[in-house]
Design a protein around this ligand. Structure first.
Ligand code: MSP
Length: 658
């Protein structure tokens, strides 16, 4: 039974902004693979999730004025966020892990301690070049033109006390794994890894696995100033999500080692070098395979939010349907290589494969079954070897050939085989000219019925094999062609003649309408240009309440009613107003407030306001401010608006608020 389990993973995503079609690429491929394996009868575990720690997230949260936890909570669940996109793309994951999940955090602490305990993690000090966005330290020799070799951005000098993982100890075993097994695919990625990171000058370097320069991470349990390096934290998700070092799950025996990790090419280094080395250190079985897929570019350029050329999966699936988009991604680009996304290619693929070939085959066949046989599938009683054998042989051999390609993750080739069969069936229609046969039903009715049966049987088998790629559309095709569950199985895809005569065939909705290329290109171009201008807004951050403070701390804040004795603009500042206030002490209090945009100074004289009076004084434009006036800040017609808190004039100056 053991071989009937299949464990597949995607990378866990950084919840740092809106995801684009490049992000969806890997997850859609993983989904197609998971669905295919389920179809073959495997008990599948498809894991995905989010990688939520690290300096990048800490910085972004600060920018948004929320805590890192609030930031990631929002963005994971927000419209356009990870969960939303996977739902839209019909991604059938079995488990979703967040690296901030308590069970994962606790497990990472144990793992770190174990590796420290066995001597593979030791304390040292790190001096090197640091790429902040990638959260990677590099040696001088690894830099490309003095910049980060992964992302090409500036690096900075950095030094910190840190823990190191003895990667060097495992260099030989990892090298052997890469060169002498099928662990890493496609093979083209192997040499790059070995040459650049193992057989390079100085050999495989020990890896810095803790940080002290920020706090948003898993704390090293026995040395609280340190947080665990985000990649060690993230890579172990593949095992903690099955229950490694935690009691939340109990699936290790069933699913570990993973059958395959699908990852993008720029993170192959972490998965093919450090991940096996970590596992070797803990004496754990290694995953069977890491598959490094290529990148999707847009019009020949790297997709990037800052360039404003990211392709929005929401927009495309709204216009063409989710299945068409899923299909396009896996039909057009060989999984192991880079692909160039263009709008033309997308529309052309939809028109050629889906509208012309598949859509036409289904609609012509079902329409003829309705028209000539009242929607009842006839029997195949009059075969004509010369006309039929080619089609039947091709379609009967299809499943096994398809399987061969799917097992190698060659989605493009698997789909090519199916579409060869679809095209063959369309040709079969022309060769048999059913409309001519239909002119004399008495003489040719049996042959016509046979032709239709062969066509519907071809549609059935092709539809089974397309289900992992286009689940919803295939479901509709099964309904239109009368194929019930027993005619949708993997076994039945290798058998000709399973669809029982007599089932009801109905011409339904047109599943893949043809798109007017010129008109659509213009429209899409316009929309994408607009989005570029707007530089794709990030996922909206919901308003959040501040972090909690304890009661005692709160009580230390001294809020008082104050009366405005005088108010004037501060010279050379278009923001500041200077208030002279009666705070009930007998001595005037001066407060500066950046509210000139909303108030005329003279309108405020005589008003009773609220101020916090025990803040340390600070200088603004060379003048001292002794506290802060309290206002309500909100948004009005998309603009920031502000109202000073004014209270009843009967409240005396100096009255304490509590
Ligand atoms: N958090 C890490 C993964 C940790 S796995 C233990 C990460 N996250 S990511 O959000 O930046 O990227 C997730 C995946 O999206 C990566 O595999 C990356 O290669 C992929 N892609 C991002 N842009 C892409 C394209 N334009 N094309 C194809 N895949 C790309 O890396």
């Amino acid at each position: 039974m053991d071989n009937k389990h299949f464990y597949i993973t995607t990378p866990i995503y950084y919840p740092s902004g809106k995801l684009h079609i490049g992000h969806a690429y890997c997850t859609v491929a993983t989904d197609a693979m998971a669905r295919y394996k389920r179809l073959c009868g495997y008990d599948v575990m498809f894991l995905t999730g989010t990688d939520e720690h690290g300096q990048k997230i800490e910085d972004k949260a600060k920018e948004a004025g929320v805590t890192p936890q609030q930031f990631v909570d929002n963005i994971v669940a927000a419209p356009g966020g990870v969960l939303d996109l996977w739902k839209l793309m019909n991604v059938s994951y079995d488990r979703f892990i967040r690296t901030t999940d308590e069970y994962h955090v606790a497990a990472i602490q144990k793992i770190f301690k174990k590796m420290y305990g066995n001597g593979d993690i030791y304390k040292g000090s790190y001096k090197g070049k640091y790429c902040k966005p990638c959260e990677s330290f590099w040696t001088e020799s690894q830099l490309v033109d003095g910049k980060c070799p992964d992302c090409g951005r500036e690096v900075v000098d950095a030094e910190e006390e840190a823990y190191f993982f003895r990667a060097s100890k495992y260099a030989g075993r990892v090298r052997d794994l890469l060169l002498n097994t099928d662990f890493l695919e496609p093979k083209s990625r192997v040499n790059e890894m070995v040459n650049n990171f193992i057989d390079c000058e100085g050999g495989l370097q020990d890896l810095c696995v803790s940080r002290t320069s920020f706090t948003w991470g898993v704390p090293v349990g026995f040395d609280p100033g340190h947080v665990v390096y985000v990649w060690l934290d993230a890579l172990f998700n593949y095992m903690t999500a099955l229950g490694y070092q935690n009691g939340k799950y109990n699936d290790l025996e069933k699913f570990w080692p993973a059958d395959v990790h699908f990852v993008g090419k720029e993170i192959v280094r972490f998965h093919a070098i450090y991940w096996p080395a970590f596992l070797m250190s803990l004496d754990l079985p290694l995953p069977k395979k890491v598959y490094g897929h290529g990148w999707l570019n847009f019009n020949g350029d790297k997709m990037s939010k800052s360039k404003g050329n990211v392709v929005d999966p929401h927009l495309l699936s709204e216009r063409y349907g989710v299945d068409a988009l899923r299909f396009f991604l896996l039909r057009t680009f060989p999984f192991g290589s880079d692909g160039n996304f263009t709008n033309e290619l997308l529309i052309q693929t939809i028109n050629t494969d889906l509208a012309n070939d598949l859509g036409n085959l289904v609609s012509r066949t079902t329409a003829m079954a309705e028209k000539y046989f009242g929607g009842r599938l006839p029997e195949a009683r009059q075969t004509n070897p010369e006309l039929d054998e080619g089609l039947i042989a091709q379609v009967s051999a299809l499943r096994d050939q398809y399987e061969g390609q799917m097992e190698k993750y060659q989605f493009q080739n698997a789909l090519e085989l199916v579409f060869k069969a679809v095209q063959r069936a369309n040709k079969y229609i022309d060769e048999n000219a059913p409309w001519a046969l239909a002119k004399d039903m008495e003489a040719n009715g049996t042959r016509l019925g046979t032709v239709l049966y062969h066509l519907l049987e071809t549609v059935r088998i092709c539809t089974i094999l397309l289900t992992p790629f286009m689940p919803e559309s295939c479901e509709k095709i099964f309904q239109q062609t009368g194929a019930d569950a027993s005619c949708q199985t993997w076994d039945s895809a290798a058998e000709w003649g399973v669809l029982p005569a007599g089932v009801t065939v109905r011409k339904g909705e047109n599943l893949f309408p043809r798109i007017d290329m010129a008109q659509e290109l213009e429209e899409l171009g316009r929309i994408q240009e607009e989005a570029k201008k707007a530089a794709l807004p990030a996922v909206a951050i919901e308003p959040q309440l501040e972090e909690k403070v304890d009661f005692e701390t709160f009580c230390k804040s001294d809020f008082r009613a104050v009366k405005v004795k005088d108010c004037q603009r501060v010279k050379k500042s278009d923001k500041l107003l200077k208030f002279t206030l009666d705070d009930g002490t007998g001595t005037d209090r001066q407060i500066l407030s950046g509210i000139a945009k909303w108030y005329n100074p003279e309108d405020l004289i005589g008003k009773t306001l609220i101020a916090i009076v025990n803040l340390p004084p600070r200088k603004m434009m060379g003048q001292e401010s002794q506290g802060m006036l309290i206002s309500a800040v909100h948004t009005e017609k998309g603009e920031e608006a502000l109202n000073l808190l004014m209270v009843d004039d009967k409240i005396p100056a100096g009255a304490k608020l509590c």
